[in-house]
Design a protein around this ligand. Structure first.
Ligand SMILES: *Cc1c(COP(=O)(O)O)cnc(C)c1O
Length: 393
């Protein structure tokens, strides 16, 4: 029998909805020697990691750590710790990830009320107020950056409303963290989770999470054990806290990677990092609009790191993505759910938010859309993006 082929992943420019491009220092961190998960070096690293996570989440929350799992594990961890069977849970759904949170809450035994908005839109305090009165939920779930639509959900006022209603607010910041502000303490958010592979420039595999003291109290006062042993924060906090009780073997090298990724953000500065995402979004947007493409999200609430645009009539959605990958080495995303076959989702996340990526993608789309018979002014997209960059200098 012949040997299976050697491992030779093709070099790619990752401009989809995640995973995003990995910063070279983060890749190097992955290959550092593995130590034990109770090694003094590792325990010290966990402390530094928690500090960096608190800084990135802008919180003083003691219970701040990284779940061993992807963003969805962060979602499960948030929900299963707060929700007991029979608890009323209100989930705001205007895309795939809100729907996923509603599913997770129902599986945890929650009595789930869903409120919905059309895809691409966001929720206002007025949308929530009647639902809060009707459902009087214990937990409210909301997606800050809805990756399926590119919509940016404002949180500050809604968080106040939820708090006044006596409920706990769970926020999905998987795509948001590192790309737009996530003000855990200033906005009074209760549980917020993220993922390593979106704006943190790290491979998938860890889910940063933070619990407010109020959320921790709720977990402590549960009448029933958390249905997931692996994600039970009462057990996990004994490993992340000073006791260092073995729970599961931490993914050591992924911890190195996330640590280095968070250090990079700290070096750049969070505000500078947000400004970089915003700049490249403006340049990309100018270019996409010059190609005659339109955004699907509410123009007042468009995320910088996830650009969802409509596929023009007559253009073969999948063929364009296939050619981008095979001829230009660029990955972008197709549509999910209601947007399946109708949208392209272009990510500008973390290390991927750079001018060379923006300009290459626009040049490639200029070529491919012309070939598809879409009509627009050739060359105008790259010029429009360059104008944004020149003005910003
Ligand atoms: C990507 C994503 C998730 C899921 O994360 P995985 O790492 O794929 O498990 C959850 N919520 C949002 C908003 C996301 O973008």
């Amino acid at each position: 029998m012949s040997l299976p082929p050697p491992l030779v992943p093709p070099p790619r420019i990752l401009m989809g909805p995640g995973p995003s491009e990995i910063q070279p220092r983060v890749l190097a961190a992955l290959s550092c020697p593995t130590v034990g998960h109770l090694d003094p070096y590792y325990l010290e690293l966990m402390n530094h990691m928690q500090q960096l996570l608190r800084r990135t989440f802008r919180t003083e929350n003691q219970l701040t750590f990284a779940v061993s799992g992807t963003g969805s594990a962060g979602m499960e961890c948030a929900v299963v710790n707060l929700v007991e069977p029979g608890d009323s849970v209100l989930v705001c759904v205007c895309g795939v990830f809100g729907q996923r949170m509603a599913d997770v809450a129902a599986r945890a035994g929650g009595k789930v009320t869903q409120i919905e908005k059309p895809w691409g839109q966001v929720f206002t305090p007025d949308d929530l107020a009647p639902a809060l009165r009707r459902a009087s939920p214990k937990v409210v779930g909301l997606i800050l950056a809805e990756t399926s639509t590119g919509a940016w959900q404002p949180l500050e006022e809604i968080a106040r409303l939820v708090r006044d209603a006596g409920a706990l607010l769970v926020v999905d910041a998987v795509t948001a963290l590192g790309g737009i502000p996530v003000e855990v303490d200033a906005w009074g958010l209760d549980v917020v989770y993220a993922g390593s592979q979106k704006c943190l420039s790290c491979p998938p595999g860890l889910a940063p999470i933070t619990f407010s003291p109020r959320a921790v109290d709720h977990v402590q006062q549960r009448r029933t054990p958390v249905q997931s042993w692996y994600l039970d924060v009462r057990l996990l906090s004994q490993y992340w806290g000073s006791d260092r009780v073995y729970h599961h073997t931490a993914p050591i090298n992924m911890t190195y990677a996330l640590y280095e990724a968070l250090r990079l953000i700290d070096e750049e500065g969070l505000e500078a990092c947000f400004a970089r995402h915003a700049l490249h979004h403006r340049a990309l947007r100018a270019g996409l609009e010059a190609l005659g493409l339109t955004y699907l999200s509410d123009p007042r609430h468009t995320l910088p790191m996830l650009n969802a645009v409509a596929v023009p009539p007559g253009v073969d959605e999948a063929a364009v993505r296939r050619e981008l990958l095979s001829r230009f080495g660029i990955e972008i995303g197709g549509g999910l759910g209601a947007y399946k076959g109708r949208a392209w989702r272009i990510g500008l996340m973390g290390h991927g938010a750079r001018s060379n990526n923006v300009l290459l993608l626009l040049a490639a789309l200029d070529q491919l859309l012309a070939h598809e018979g879409h009509s627009f002014e050739r060359g105008a997209a790259v010029a429009a993006a360059n104008r944004v960059y020149e003005l910003s200098n």
